[in-house]
Design a protein around this ligand. Structure first.
Ligand code: 5GP
Length: 118
């Protein structure tokens, strides 16, 4: 869903606590929660509370400080929840698999050395 449309994105509704999510980290500008359909043993979505940027390219151009904060939160989650090896994924565009047009990163990893990243 576009952040420029009339409807708030699903992630804005999570920020507003209008729909439930398992929130694992929150700062003034960033929120992180477990993905509802995990693709790996550890799968956390890290997003901005501000919905104005649809993807990482827009965020990097418009507010690089906020992008750095998002990545720092993602790194902290990875350090806390994975075995230290993880993927940090920003799907950008429909053809790349992006379904929610409110910038977010996926932290994908394993909680033990033997788990697969999926
Ligand atoms: P994208 O495909 O845009 O890169 O990532 C969107 C992600 O949001 C998907 O992995 C999807 O499973 C997740 N997602 C979609 N709706 C919800 C929801 O209502 N709650 C949670 N926790 N995750 C969601």
């Amino acid at each position: 869903m576009s952040s420029s449309g009339a409807q708030p994105s699903i992630f804005s509704r999570i920020v507003a606590r209008e729909i439930p999510a398992t929130i694992v980290a929150e700062t003034e500008h960033i929120i992180a929660f477990l993905d509802v359909a995990p693709k790996a043993p550890v799968h956390v979505v890290v997003t901005t509370k501000d919905p104005q940027y649809q993807n990482v390219v827009e965020l990097a151009a418009g507010n690089p400080t906020l992008l750095a904060e998002l990545v720092a939160v993602a790194e902290r989650i990875a350090a806390e929840r994975t075995n230290g090896q993880f993927r940090l994924v920003f799907n950008t565009g429909v053809a790349a698999g992006q379904t929610v047009f409110h910038v977010h990163a996926h932290v994908l990893g394993s909680s033990t050395p033997t788990d697969s990243l999926g």
